[in-house]
Write a protein that binds this ligand. Structure first.
Ligand code: PMP
Length: 419
């Protein structure tokens, strides 16, 4: 039964049981209307209220600037997952870059093409499997010659070709001139490799993938051009992606290159459902939005607000403290038994959300024994990503302190042979 297991899956991931209990009720009957929430129109007043509530909660949790002016940020709900945004950020930031060149250089397509070929760079910080994938998608869309890998963590001298650290910023090869740099992309928390940025990196036109650590700590939103993440880890159910986009990137504060011009330049024109200006203009209701997923996200956010009442401008502060505490409990149990457990990433970049380690140096039978023993105690979802193997404990917000205590007890018992 649900109450007897503690689930540490990496995504989709656990959701708070009370949210799922009320979800099962609203599926049948929303607000006593006799109609279920997945059956109502996404343009109904009820759906609008869900959307407004979820947006407002996110603003309060992360202290997202509200202004309609260039300093404000828009919150968008999209589909296509985190992966869809790998493409969306490229379509958007490249279109903006071209529009700026056009302002400077005029309409001459040949001149624009030459400038683009010589100058346009998309900076990628490759610190794990997901930022690698995002950079590969960018290369697929606009050509590898435009991708500037600012740093590739696998190439660090201590890395053995694997992800597990973030090279020092003074070794990075960033595009110096803002004018040439269409975007600087990073993945704040690498879900597969257990690597998390400890502070916001520097870069022009900064775009962050926060799929796996959204709502786990304060974010310096103002340093970013855009932030995005799939909902299915810390926020809710699979089906929506959230993007927080600076008004500076959107009309009327910014102009975009026209599809005709992009085609003339040999650049891709993205699907309209990924087009941030279109989604923003339509308050995320350009096409049918899965309102149930937005509702779930809103309930999850409301619980965070209720649990951690206003103590700072960003009301995520309380959850941040809890996330840190849970991660510390787990890492200290691992570190106290170094002969049995070896944490994979470097200590300086350990993720608080995805805790990756090996059992007895990756010995196959030891790792199987560890997983079997865990399962027999109702501790589930601990197997690492298939691409890297090993163990992974995902410590998302819905994982309770009690679940972590149960897991820590198992980690200790397995290590001393009493499990
Ligand atoms: N970014 C990160 C950090 C992820 O962990 C994932 C999925 N695990 C993705 C992007 C891709 O998300 P999706 O599966 O929603 O496309």
């Amino acid at each position: 039964a649900r109450g007897e297991v503690a689930y540490f899956g990496a995504g989709p991931a656990p959701l708070p049981t009370p949210v799922l209990e009320s979800a099962s009720r609203v599926l049948l009957n929303y607000n006593d209307s006799g109609i279920g929430i997945t059956e109502i129109s996404h343009r109904s007043p009820e759906a609008n209220a869900v959307l407004a509530h979820t947006k407002e909660s996110l603003r309060n949790l992360l202290d997202i600037p509200r202004s309609d002016g260039p300093d404000g940020y828009e919150i968008l709900f999209l589909q296509g997952g985190g992966s869809g945004e790998f493409s969306a950020v490229v379509y958007h930031m490249v279109s903006l870059w071209i529009a700026r060149q056009k302002q400077d250089l005029g309409e001459d397509v040949e001149r624009l093409r030459q400038t683009m070929q010589a100058e346009m760079k998309l900076d990628y910080l490759v610190t794990g499997s997901w930022s690698l994938k995002a950079s590969q998608e960018a290369a697929r869309l606009v050509g590898a010659e435009h991708i500037n890998v600012v740093t590739d963590a696998r190439k660090h001298s201590d890395s053995n070709g694997k992800f597990g650290r973030i090279p020092e910023q003074d070794t990075w090869n960033s595009t110096k001139e803002e004018k040439r740099c269409a975007l600087t992309y990073y993945c704040d928390n690498e879900t597969v490799d257990g690597v998390e940025f400890q502070s916001t990196p520097d870069g022009h036109n900064l775009v962050a993938d926060m799929s796996s650590n959204f709502l786990s700590r304060k974010v310096d939103v103002r340093k970013h051009a855009a932030i995005f993440g799939g909902a299915q880890k810390n926020i809710g159910t699979t089906g929506i992606t959230i993007a927080i986009v600076s008004n500076r990137l959107l009309p009327p504060h910014a102009s975009m290159a026209s599809p005709v011009l992009l085609r003339k330049l040999g650049l891709p024109v993205g699907p309209v459902v990924l087009d941030w200006p279109t989604i923003a203009k339509n308050d995320s209701l350009y096409n049918t939005l899965p309102i149930f997923d937005v509702w779930i996200a809103g309930r999850v956010m409301q619980r965070l607000l209720d649990k951690h009442p206003a103590s700072s401008s960003a009301r995520i502060a309380g959850q941040e403290a809890e996330s840190n505490k849970k991660a510390e409990m787990i890492y200290s149990a691992l570190d106290q038994n170094p002969q049995v457990y070896q944490v994979v990433p470097d200590k300086s970049v350990r993720s608080r959300m995805n805790i990756c380690f090996r059992v007895q140096g990756g010995d196959e039978s030891a790792e199987k024994k560890f997983l079997d023993g865990a399962k027999s105690k109702g501790l589930l979802g601990l197997k690492g990503h298939r691409s890297v193997g090993g163990m992974r404990i995902s410590n998302y917000n819905a994982v309770s302190v009690e679940s972590v205590q149960k897991l820590v007890q198992y980690l200790r018992e397995f290590a001393d042979g009493s499990a």
